[in-house]
Design a protein around this ligand. Sequence first.
Ligand code: HEC
Ligand code: HEC
Ligand code: HEC
Length: 128
Amino acid sequence: MKRSLFMTLMVAALAVALALPLYAAPKAPADGLAMKPPAGAKQAAVKFNHGTHKSAKCADCHHKKAGANEFAKCDSKGCHGDYAAKTGKESYYAAFHGNNAKSCLGCHKAAKDKSPNIPTACPKCHVK
Ligand code: HEC
Ligand code: HEC
Ligand code: HEC
């Protein structure tokens, strides 16, 4: 009886250990990640470095999931996929330039006092 309980627990532990990677958070990609701007974009595409943003939590930026271990793309449907609007929750532009702590420019402007080198000028992010 005791032995079968032990075996049951071992099998259960093994099952959990094998399933864990399925639920593990994705790894941050290498620096220089090329973002894909919409067709007809006016600015040069942004290259984003995860390595210089370790002070922020993954979920600060990746606040929607596409699957168990996949983050949703910023421009996913119902997220920030409205390329035309300049303001509002679904605006693609506002997601990166809005005056809130989660947008690229919003956080950079707020952090400028502490980190004077933090970029706020257009060509510093939209590098040609
Ligand atoms: C300051 C904001 C920010 C933080 C913090 C951040 N990311 Fe990202 N990450 C981005 C942006 C922006 C993209 C590009 C999204 C897109 O293309 O829609 C991205 C893309 C990704 C991708 C997809 C890569 C690809 O090839 O498409 C993964 C995986 C990812 N991040 C993981 C992480 C993990 C893990 C963390 C925490 C350790 C993290 N990120 C923290 C902004 C951030
Ligand atoms: C929560 C705050 C925060 C958000 C959101 C954020 N940043 Fe930053 N960013 C920082 C800080 C802090 C630094 C300075 C890091 C350093 O100097 O080590 C920085 C530095 C940078 C730099 C200069 C260093 C480098 O990697 O070349 C670029 C470019 C940059 N961020 C782009 C972006 C983009 C693009 C986004 C949005 C996708 C973004 N940031 C979102 C806080 C933020
Ligand atoms: C802190 C980084 C950062 C700064 C500074 C910044 N942007 Fe952006 N911008 C982004 C990100 C990230 C995207 C979305 C990814 C992409 O389109 O490559 C974007 C997208 C855009 C878009 C929509 C796509 C397009 O090219 O038509 C416009 C327009 C734009 N930015 C204009 C500007 C202007 C004008 C400035 C200066 C006033 C500026 N940005 C400064 C990060 C930044």
